[in-house]
Design a protein around this ligand. Structure first.
Ligand code: ADP
Length: 219
């Protein structure tokens, strides 16, 4: 069992008492610990809320073998990139920096992927890459994005079968906003989607609204 919630010593003690002696009343647990029932109330409520303990009126507290949240962790780890990816906003290497800025607005994105005619990944352009260039003295109408983009093989990518958690970890570790979703194509990478910080936020909201996890996801 993976414990994702740090319990305090008193909570650990309550769990071992309930494990050993449950079902047991709050009063009896308090006696075991030489504490008052009232001072235990917040810890008991917390342990019930996170699913370590069950509580039944007139029966008492019992240990729950399978905390609700460990189930949720499993469900979250089952989420795949392929079920959340969105359409990538792509441009060619020859696109001018000016047109790339226009593309940011047209596609309403923060990151553009630079691809060949056959959708092979060549590079990535972020909004700050474009902003930085636009602040300089270069003629952005005649400057191709190929000159300023972050280029392969230095692109962090994800694949349809990768877990969403692992893709989110890459976003955090490499401090980027978006990952191209790719599949291998004759020793190169074809762009078939994108995962962004917004994707992860949306998934998080779905989880919070109970649409993902515990009973399966809607995706
Ligand atoms: P911004 O620059 O707008 O804050 P990012 O944090 O995503 O956006 O980008 C930071 C830098 O990393 C930029 O220079 C960008 O070209 C590059 N970059 C963005 N996404 C990736 C990626 N998936 N792989 C490698 N480099 C990336």
């Amino acid at each position: 069992m993976v414990r994702i919630i740090q319990l305090n010593l008193r909570q650990e003690a309550i769990i071992s008492i309930v494990k050993e002696k449950g079902p047991i009343t709050g009063e009896q647990i308090a006696n075991e610990l030489n504490l008052t029932r009232a001072s235990l109330r917040p810890d008991l409520a917390f342990l019930v809320q996170i699913g370590y303990l069950g509580a039944r009126p007139r029966v008492g507290y019992y240990y729950s073998e399978r905390p609700r949240y460990s189930n949720l962790v499993e469900e979250i780890n089952k989420l795949k990139v392929k079920d959340f990816k969105s359409v990538p906003a792509v441009i060619s290497e020859k696109t001018s920096v000016y047109d790339a800025i226009v593309a940011l607005f047209v596609h309403d994105v923060g990151t553009l992927f630079v691809v060949s005619e056959t959708s092979i990944l060549a590079g990535v352009i972020s909004r700050k890459d474009l902003l930085k260039t636009a602040m300089g003295k270069l003629d952005i109408n005649n400057l191709p994005v190929g000159v300023i983009m972050t280029r392969m093989p230095n692109i962090i990518t994800t694949t349809p079968e990768e877990s969403l958690v692992s893709a989110a970890q890459k976003i955090i570790e490499h401090e980027v906003d978006a990952l191209p979703v790719v599949r291998p194509m004759e020793e190169k990478l074809e762009v078939i989607g994108r995962i962004t910080k917004s994707t992860i936020t949306k998934a998080f909201v779905e989880i919070g609204l109970g649409r993902i996890g515990e009973g399966g996801s809607q995706y």
